[in-house]
Design a protein. Structure first.
Length: 233
């Protein structure tokens, strides 16, 4: 396609650049579009000389038109630069998320969750944020079928109170390895309420969602979003 004036080229290029920026969800195609839309200094000079050579001698180009055309080209350049900057920022965020997730592999994290995995002869630790005025905490452990396995009390502390289930049942014997659920009730100023437990999980690997840059931790207790983590041990 040919253009008679710089302004015509700039207008069409601006439209193409805007369309490429709006479809930037496909990074590879957007990157190709941005590179093909780049207007070099030689391109600008060639268009300028061509326009001056082909102008009507009886109606020479108004100098103010060149200013307007140059402004249009600057706008196109700004759109392309912004698109490239956003792409670079997105890549940088992805790299930072991957680096953060890699550093967590092999560590134990405390995260919101009521389900934990018990190994043979092992235990499960956790914590709970206790409201002021709480005089008693009761932890109940149930198996995958919902059967009550263990009930034990925890002395409440101000703020976060840690707890540990030693892996034994109410009868004193060891519970088999498997997945167990936790629920916590609190007596706060004479009123019973349920509290959300936080459990310890071992991070085995991480997964990055490229569309949202959100990081998921793959643990021994299942998948957890990074936002659920309150402490790294």
């Amino acid at each position: 396609m040919s253009y008679n004036t710089i302004s015509a080229y700039a207008s069409q290029t601006a439209a193409n650049a805007a369309a490429a920026a709006n479809s930037s969800s496909n990074s590879s195609s957007a990157g190709g579009a941005n590179s093909s839309l780049a207007l070099t200094q030689n391109d600008f000079l060639q268009l300028l000389v061509t326009q001056m050579q082909n102008q009507d001698p009886t109606q020479p180009t108004n100098p103010s038109q060149f200013v307007n055309e140059f402004s249009a080209l600057s706008e196109v350049s700004g759109i392309n630069s912004m698109s490239n900057s956003m792409s670079a920022l997105s890549n940088s965020m992805s790299s930072a998320q991957i680096l953060s997730g890699t550093n967590l592999i092999g560590h134990t994290v405390i995260a919101s969750g009521n389900s934990g995995s018990l190994t043979a002869g092992g235990s499960i630790t956790g914590a709970v944020n206790v409201p002021a005025g709480t005089s008693a905490l009761t932890v109940q452990v149930t198996d995958a079928s919902g059967q009550l396995v263990r009930t034990f009390s925890v002395a409440p502390q101000n703020g976060v109170t840690p707890f540990t289930w030693d892996g034994t049942t109410n009868s004193g014997g060891p519970a088999p390895a498997g997945t167990y659920n936790f629920s916590i009730s609190a007596d706060t100023n004479g009123t019973q309420s349920s509290l959300t437990p936080e459990l310890a999980y071992q991070v085995n690997s991480v997964t990055l969602d490229p569309s949202t840059n959100s990081l998921t931790l793959n643990t021994n207790g299942g998948s957890l979003p990074l936002s659920a983590v309150s402490q790294v041990m």
